[in-house]
Write a protein that binds this ligand. Structure first.
Ligand code: DGJ
Length: 740
């Protein structure tokens, strides 16, 4: 693993055992992209990759050596705006005279071991400088004095390149940065399919695939959050690539606000894939001497199919994006009271729910919305993070003590970025919200958005939260966020800095997370935004798990968790067993099927266990015991998708231990089938030559048999002699290597 930099011929080659990323300084001083893919030999000359062809109806510029050059068909690293390249640029800058043309020529490069931190932004990291190398390349626009530093990190263990961009105004006038993409990757052909993960509230991250054609395909968010509608993670795959084989490139942005991800195919079939802050809502004034660090993006590559591509992200994000003591620990099995009580809470009721949970083996009790201020429903109270004496007359400290005395950890819900008009905070500081002068602010769930671009606002929320965290000796926080940003304008910024507010807001969110996680390093954070509206790599840096969706129906969760798994690890997906009929869909599924889905996540319950039958309680106890025994495998093992809920009636996935000696697979069927064929349940990720047993099936099988043939579906007879299958079926298969 390392970076090869050949100064004499301007060649950069980042490599590990499996991938190569090659760049070269072009004749005109711009940084060209040559290759990203399977590891190649280290050579001094790949110039044959650079295509220079005279074409009519294009424009040429003198390259400084008397030669004419066009960037139109060139593969580039940080494409400029407004001269001979007519595709989407990686950056655009407005000068004081109104000119928006950019240029960026090579000015120097250095290599550092490990990976420098990104100030104020979440990013991947190394624990030992030997784990990665970082190449920093400076480009300069001589006219404006804008210095662009491209940071590329290649990791030893992950087949991924992390890139971020830092801009420094070393010129003599203020500049407005209007586009600044974190990653821009030119690929030599367009024979790809584009995969995106889109949805809406309660049906987040469904998978969509379409072929690339000339022109642009893009997804993005302008809602101030990464959003439920689109996700800052996309894949380009070859047409014949499937889960098991084939070439694919992923691009993921470590950021939680507005973003744009797009692929542009030009007339010569060159594909430009890029991701970064959404240019539509971004205009950053960079004064002389100022710098701007932009978010990091991670490009991963595989030739071994989509499961392998996902696995690069799962490992990198689980091990070197998530942080803190919870990173490597089994996540506590929780009970959250939201769907059990909604706002109807008393100390007595909560302790009763928590006691039953403890009896069943639950480890963490989470008190959701409604414990503070005047928050008796969702019209009031947000912003007043002071325990309510109406709900908890003995104080929240007493409740926390009672929960702790039961032997449970204690967690609380906060929605730090929001305020209700009916709150003491808003009455004291009506100007602390995002609001455009002269216009009514829109409401979302009856609430307004605090202006987190202002430090005094973040300070105030920090103080209130820290006080409650101290008083309750809090173990866990669910950090919610329940509306998009509108009328985005900050009363604290001048007119020519209003284009910065969206990004400054996200920086304020990161600042609050940063301060709280530093002061309370042992607290486990779970992010949430009306379910999964901010399920992104940015927040995983602070909160290693996220509430995947407000939809807790087991069948719906198959698609949501399957889609989410393309870019994010199982250990990041909050997943709970809830009551039936399900509160979002009225569907009734068995307690086992609900648990079998939730176990491929952080696992917990979101119902009042006191209301279950004795028989169901026995199932709950068995589920919790099973989860405790297998949590390490399920949360830290290698996850593979097998059957897709987007393609048919059945879904299957598996978690395999690193040594391939133990695996747990889950198979689900939405609708029952009468007189159907006896299906074979096949597995993935096992060792071909190892002999295994499979729970519920007699005999032993080699890994190759289990992966190529599979085991017959189990059909039992019930007491009436009828086949014991039904709609919404699920089965877990435990697979163990036979020890000789
Ligand atoms: C939205 C979340 O997604 C729910 O889980 C719950 O916490 C509610 N907010 C509470 O208002």
């Amino acid at each position: 693993m390392g970076v090869m930099y050949q100064q004499e011929n301007g060649l950069f080659h980042l490599y590990n055992d499996n991938i190569s990323y090659i760049m070269k300084i072009l004749k005109n001083g711009h940084l060209g992209h040559l290759y990203f893919g399977k590891r190649l030999h280290l050579r001094d000359d790949y110039d044959y990759i650079i295509e220079e062809k005279w074409r009519s109806q294009t424009a040429y510029i003198e390259n400084g050596n008397g030669e004419m050059i066009s960037l139109a068909g060139m593969m580039q690293e940080f494409p400029v705006h407004g001269n001979t390249d007519f595709r989407q640029p990686a950056f655009a800058v407005r000068m004081e005279n109104g000119s928006a043309i950019t240029d960026a020529k090579f000015a120097g490069a250095r290599i550092v071991d490990g990976k420098p931190e990104l100030s104020g932004l979440p990013a991947t990291y190394t624990e030992d400088p030997g784990e990665a190398q970082t190449l920093q390349i400076d480009l300069i626009d001589a006219l404006t004095g804008l210095k662009v530093t491209l940071n590329y990190t290649v990791f030893e263990k992950y087949n991924a390149i992390a890139r971020s961009v830092c801009l420094a105004n070393e010129g003599k006038e203020a500049l407005h940065i209007t586009t600044a993409m974190s990653f821009s990757l030119d690929l030599p052909d367009s024979d790809y399919e584009w995969m995106q993960f889109s949805g809406a509230w309660a049906r987040e991250r469904y998978q969509y695939v379409r072929p690339l054609t000339p022109g642009i395909v893009s997804v993005g968010s302008r809602a101030g959050i990464s959003s439920q509608e689109q996700n800052p993670f996309v894949i380009l795959k070859r047409k014949d690539t499937n889960e098991e084989q084939g070439e694919a490139i992923g691009l993921s942005l470590i950021y939680s606000g507005n973003f744009l991800a797009q692929a542009e195919v030009d007339a010569q079939d060159v594909t430009r894939l890029m991701i970064g802050l959404h240019p539509d809502s971004f205009d950053w004034k960079l004064d002389c001497g100022e710098t701007l660090q932009l978010p990091e993006a991670v490009a991963a590559y595989t030739k071994k199919g989509l499961n392998d591509l996902s696995s690069q992200y799962h490992h990198l994000y689980r091990q070197r994006l998530c942080r803190g003591p919870w990173r490597d620990k089994g996540r506590p099995i929780l009970l959250n009271n939201w769907e059990a009580t909604y706002f109807d809470i008393t100390e007595e009721k909560l302790v009763k729910i928590a006691s039953k949970a403890k009896e069943c083996g639950v480890e963490l009790f989470v008190l959701d919305d409604g414990w503070f201020g005047d928050r008796r429903d969702d019209h009031a109270g947000l912003g007043d993070w002071v325990p309510s004496p109406d709900v908890l007359p003995n104080g929240i400290g007493v409740l926390a003590d009672k929960i702790h005395a039961l032997g449970l950890m204690f967690g609380l819900w906060f929605e730090p970025e929001m305020v209700n008009a009916d709150s003491d905070l808003f009455r004291a500081h009506p100007d602390w919200i995002l609001q455009t002068p002269g216009r009514e602010p829109s409401l979302g769930r009856h609430q307004l958005v605090l202006d987190f671009s202002r430090k005094e606002v973040v300070d105030c929320i920090y103080d209130m939260m820290a006080k409650v965290m101290e008083e309750t000796k809090l173990d866990y926080i669910k950090w919610d966020m329940n509306r998009p940003l509108t009328e985005v304008y900050s009363a604290a910024l001048p007119y020519d800095r209003q284009g910065e507010v969206f990004h400054r807001y996200v920086l304020g969110v990161y600042d609050l997370y940063d301060r709280l996680t530093k002061r309370f390093p042992d607290v486990l954070f779970e992010s949430c935004a009306s379910g999964g509206a901010r399920f992104d790599a940015g927040l995983l840096y602070y909160a290693p798990q996220a509430w995947t969706s407000d939809d807790t129906d087991a069948m719906e969760r198959l698609k949501i968790q399957y889609g989410t798994s393309y870019g994010y690890p199982v250990a990041s997906m909050g997943a709970h067993v809830s009551a039936v009929p399900n509160h979002q869909l009225n569907r009734i599924t068995s307690i086992d099927t609900r648990a079998n889905v939730a176990m491929f996540g952080t696992f917990g319950y979101e119902l009042d266990l006191n209301l279950l039958s004795d028989e169901e309680i026995e199932r709950v106890k068995a589920q919790i015991e099973f989860m405790k025994a297998n949590r390490e495998l399920l949360q830290q093992g290698d996850f593979y998708r097998i059957l897709s809920p987007f393609k048919g009636n059945e879904t299957e996935w598996i978690c395999v231990s690193a040594d391939k000696k133990h695996a747990i697979a889950a198979w689900f069927r939405v609708l029952n089938v009468v007189n159907g064929p006896v299906k074979k349940i096949r597995f993935t990720g096992l060792d071909e030559d190892t002999l295994y047993t499979v729970s519920g099936i007699e005999g032993t099988f080699y890994g190759d048999e289990l992966m190529e043939i599979g085991v017959p579906e189990i059909e039992n007879m019930n007491a009436h002699g009828r086949i014991n299958t039904c709609d919404y079926m699920s089965r877990l298969y435990e697979i163990h290597a036979v020890t000789m």
